[in-house]
Design a protein around this ligand. Sequence first.
Ligand SMILES: Cc1ncc(COP(=O)(O)O)c(C=O)c1O
Length: 442
Amino acid sequence: MNEISPPRPNNLDAFWMPYTNNRGYKTTPRMLARGEGMYYYTTDGQEIIDGTAGLWCVNAGHGRREITEAIQKQAAIMDFAPTFNMGHPIAFQAAAMVAEHTPAGLDRIFFTNSGSESADTALKIALAYQRARGQAQRVRLVGRERGYHGVGFGGISVGGIGPNRKQFGAMLPYVDHLPHTHLPEQNAFTRGQPAHGANLADHLDNLVALHGDTIAAVIVEPMAGSTGALIPPVGYLQRLRDLCDKHGILLIFDEVITGFGRLGTFFGSERVGVTPDLLTMAKGLTNAAVPMGAVAVHDKIFRTIVDNAPEGIELFHGYTYSGHPLAAAAAVASVDVHVKEDLAGRARAMEPYFEEAAHSLKGLPNVVDIRNYGLVAAVEMQGRAGKPTDRGMRVFHRCFDAGVLTRSTGDTIALSPPLIVEKHHVDRIFETLGEAIRAEAA
Ligand SMILES: Cc1ncc(COP(=O)(O)O)c(C=O)c1O
């Protein structure tokens, strides 16, 4: 056991764990104590290969010295400074560095502290823009079934995952949803983008027929991650772009997962060849070392809001920690590592091997679909009759106990390793997953 691993705590009661079966977890707690490169180490000293980059976020691998040192240095210089009518250099530096990699035009960066805040911020900016350009009737927001945009009221309202919504009442009014793009009958076991489903974007025409010119924005993930990795059908996002343009609707890409190299390009929009009007990010922005999110906003939107505002504050929105010095320092270092090590290029180079390894699980018991895009793969299993999510959770536990961290969403196992992953890691991840699936079927 590594000497610097913190010990297991004695009291597990006080921490109400997020998105967790608290009662189940606390009977058999799995506890990560340390991370380095492609690995976690538990409080018991077990080595766990990180098949999910934490939660899709530690893209450059764990314990990156450059990022840790940048945070330490900044903490010693200045721990905090407000950014309301005030500034500090590293927040401006971080914004400028991020803007160098966002799609052309999207070079105004609004900092938040998470993906959820980024989604809500993007929705609010979209509404403010429509009002500023004289279209105040555009108050409706459109999301997509099975979409995930975090846990704020805006995010769960446009989000499309039932269990994330049903405990929380009425949510935002004036929200509608596009159909999801998961078509297993036609697209099962597709490698990369599936052929069928572009026409599902046309549903936006139906919503416009229904709601007229009251829609402000459409928000989608270029690749829906949290719902089990739904890859965009060929042509689907372009069609959505065209329809948004036709109807005067803003298109928001939620790139909290697809940003920072995950799809083999710095942002996913480049990979899919479609540029949104606003783009959210978080996770890889700081390599998850300090919480931070951001929204990249097209200059025309920024100008419209700012130029049409009366003298004074132009957008009544912001967080105490927007552009927090430690987060900004981590972002500067993270962007630097992404660029210097060409992590997106590494992901692209590894994609064919990763794809092959994922699809080698085809034919295993209960496996009903395998899909992949960039360094993301999802292995979907037939759920146990009357016990949805049980098989997924059990396979997840088996993998963990065998030393591989996976992510289960429903009965789908998703893999999204750090972009520094090497072939021998890929082999071990999929061999372990295959064994767990077999063992679970036995
Ligand atoms: C696409 C997307 N948007 C938003 C979020 C929410 O991010 P956070 O958990 O940082 O609030 C996530 C988290 O996984 C996400 O995948």
